[in-house]
Design a protein around this ligand. Sequence first.
Ligand SMILES: [Zn+2]
Length: 230
Amino acid sequence: MVYKKCYICGQDTSIKKNLFKKSKTWDICSSCNLLVENKIQTFSSLNLSKLPKNRILFLNKNYVEKQVLEKCVVEMLRKTRGEEEILDFLFNLDNGSLSGTCGMAYFTNTRLRLFTFAADGIGTAKLTGLKTEYSAALSDIVNVEIKKDLLGNQLIITDKVNGAKEQVYVQDIPNTKCFIKKLKTAAENVQFPEKQLSANMEKFRKLKELMKSGAFNKKKLEEKDFLVEN
Ligand SMILES: [Zn+2]
């Protein structure tokens, strides 16, 4: 008996190969399926405004969100294989307002990745259905910005290997801005670890000074962002 290989881990699934039937692009094994469901749960319990929406292609909202989310998570796990910790993510990417694509971006402590896929291909697309794929080491990232043009808001990523290149369109400006900010900080921490270290040392020095002078008390300690703000 020949079984299909799992799209995420490459092991056998319990799904039989059928040469006459058009193959689904992302059959996955039961243990990877657990990982996917777990990740969907996590994403769903986070900021709801960050979840994928595809307004153009589907009428049924629940169908859209679940299918797009599932496809993104499967693709994401295939790329990271659970080895890297995902620090932040962004859904609602596409290749322009009329393109019929959707996708996501995310970064770990070492890499930034993004991808879009043909939305009409969910479940049936040839191979992976990926339209855009980008991956760069955080240590190579020079800049990330949003640029408005006729088709919408483009994400421009400058890295040391490819220079400045437009990658995808983003549909959610507030969450994208937040994502970019976190990404830049993560890239800076990788590229200039000594800068981060000296910033922490400086905070520590100030804190010690405050404690000495008596200006620092328990109430201030309870103000959550004290160390960050000062
Ligand atoms: Zn698997």
